[in-house]
Design a protein around this ligand. Structure first.
Ligand code: VG1
Ligand code: CO
Length: 543
């Protein structure tokens, strides 16, 4: 059981993206690949000796095997204690909570989130810091620097441990605590929401379907919704986490959660529908006959959070990622609190929450969360919605109609062009950059450019600067388009085009979103020369 130092060569291309390192599973399974990254994390944070970490993942293919490797490496690196979810399972928000609750030195979370799982699909790993949040750029830069110069890693030559039994075991001198993944998280939720009121709502006949998409939230949603809150059995569907998510795409949006969407738009729709992603940090919310965009959901949650006990004193501020619609800004203004705009990726919210500047954060990509943890939290958003519905005694459709009547509506959609060649994607972006200065006043389709820039973020807490965070084009009449390249994909490039058009409180709020955005879409397709550069103008996915 003596720790071994195993010689290795540095590995190229392990630069963490929007949310950690994501690659094809087979890439991660290459000998030494995962090891190179994990040892680089330990080195990059100044060594692991005597420290405590949380380790867990979303249960996808290779999850359990990767955890065994990490545990043996942690033991050999002198880690004192590791907290692991039973079976290797931890949702991302639950891992964030455990990191904070146990005052640990951080955690390793294994997930490729909303990307499919399996030997030919995707895998991922990220390091979260002691505040529970994804490592900020300074830390990921230090980790990345290690990956490019590593010449050996430490591992203990021992048998795998059994991850399926709750209790404490030792690996060399390291303690491994195997815990129930749900208990602490559920206790936290009970402090934030009025469980008695939500229980009464279900008891009164309120109906719901929660689609766990065969991913990690199944056990969490069953324990909380069907257990603590008394929702009927069967409220949670696709509740068993599977290594390949049942062959699906565990991405809670109208495209990948289509069966739930179809149900919600039918005449047998329950009162409320929701879904979560692979690692449980995203959410989709849909009422009978009405889909709530994530940008609108953030605004509604911010406007109504005070109805839940955990936020009864009001919220300090709201933050949204730049491509997210401006709906939450108007709520912040109405409440007299600060609104922040950050680059895409949850890691940028951490400083704002730690400094007490914001309570609620969100992204257009179906992520909402609060300062209860430092990750977005799918089930949390669903519970806050339930708490609000229980207090307002209204349908989702009526809540939305009231909200738009007061604040106006941001018609919003994201169009993704997937598996575009890296060169073509760069050509689209560079083409706009090159013309940036001349765009103002030019007409594309029926719209004229009013303003354009490339988003640079100055972190108001630590003063760090993040540049090239998305191209922004505003048109006369108030429409906005944002273009950026995905930082979570594993194949070619994904070009994301975010479209937004505000309709004020007196305008029509009942239009179809794609219809309301069609002029903007035509203008952007023409401006970007999509047909010429990537050979098509139809996106693969519209959310
Ligand atoms: C996407 C989303 C972003 C989100 C990130 C991680 O990034 O756009 O809003 O934070 O995924 O989500 P990108 O770079 O592909 O656009 V997930 O649920 O990891 O953790
Ligand atoms: Co996720």
């Amino acid at each position: 059981m003596t720790p071994r130092s195993i010689p290795c060569s540095p590995i190229e291309g392990q630069k963490p993206g929007t949310s950690g390192l994501r690659k094809k599973t087979r890439v991660f399974m290459q000998p030494g690949y995962l090891e190179n990254f994990v040892q680089s994390v330990f080195n990059g944070i100044g060594g692991a000796r005597g420290k405590t970490f949380v380790v867990g993942g979303d249960g996808r293919f290779f999850n359990a095997q990767a955890i065994q490797t990490i545990l043996k490496m942690a033991a050999a690196n002198g880690v004192a204690r590791v907290i692991v979810g039973k079976g290797g399972l931890l949702s991302t928000p639950a891992a964030s909570h455990l990191i904070r609750l146990n005052k640990t030195d951080g955690g390793l979370i294994l997930s490729a989130s909303h990307n499919p799982g399996g030997i030919d699909e995707d895998f991922g790993i990220k390091f979260n810091t002691p505040n529970g949040g994804p490592a900020p750029e300074g830390v990921t830069d230090a980790i990345y620097a290690e990956t490019t110069k590593l010449d050996c890693y430490q591992a203990l030559d021992v048998d795998d441990i059994v991850l399926d039994l709750i209790g404490e075991v030792t690996l060399g001198t390291m303690k491994v605590a195997i815990i129930d993944p749900v208990v602490d998280y559920q206790a936290l939720m009970a402090t934030l929401f009025d469980f008695a009121k939500i229980r009464a709502l279900f008891a009164s006949g309120f109906t719901m379907k929660f689609d766990a998409m065969h991913a990690v939230t199944g056990p969490y949603a069953q324990a909380v919704l069907e257990g603590a809150l008394g929702a009927p059995k069967g409220t949670v569907i696709n509740a068993t986490p599977l290594e390949d998510f049942g062959g699906g795409h565990p991405d809670p949006n109208p495209v990948w959660a289509k069966p739930l969407m179809d149900l919600m738009m039918s005449d047998i729709a329950p009162d409320f529908g929701a879904a979560s992603d692979g690692d449980g940090d995203r959410n989709m919310v849909v009422g009978r006959g009405v889909y709530v965009t994530p940008s609108d959901s953030l605004a509604v949650l911010a406007a109504n959070a005070h109805l839940a006990p955990g936020y009864a004193a009001g919220i300090a501020g709201v933050a949204r990622s730049m491509p997210t619609s401006g709906a939450s800004d108007r709520v912040a203004k109405h409440l007299g609190i600060e609104a922040y705009e950050t680059p895409t990726g949850w890691k940028f919210f951490g400083n704002l929450m730690d400094a007490g500047k914001v309570t609620i954060c969100g992204e257009e990509s179906a992520g909402t969360g609060s300062n209860h943890v430092r990750e977005k939290d799918g089930l949390w958003a669903v519970l806050l919605w339930l708490n609000i519905l229980a207090e307002r005694k209204q349908s989702v459709a009526d809540v939305m109609a009231d909200h738009w009547k007061l604040f106006g509506r941001d018609y919003y959609s994201r169009h993704d062009y997937e598996a575009v060649s890296k060169d073509a994607a760069d050509e689209v972006m560079d083409g706009i950059r090159a013309r940036m200065g001349d765009l103002v006043g030019q007409q594309f389709a029926t719209l004229t450019v009013a303003k354009s820039d490339e988003f640079t973020y100055l972190d108001p807490v630590d003063g760090s600067v993040s540049s090239k965070q998305g191209l922004r084009i505003w048109f006369e009449g108030g429409a906005r388009a944002v273009l950026r390249l995905s930082g979570t994909g594993t194949e070619g490039a994904t070009l994301r085009i975010y479209l937004e058009q505000y309709a004020d409180s007196h305008e029509d709020h009942t239009r179809d979103a794609q219809d309301a955005l069609s002029n903007l879409r035509d203008a952007v397709v023409e401006l970007c020369e999509l047909d010429r550069i990537i050979g098509r103008s139809e996106p693969d996915v519209m959310t």
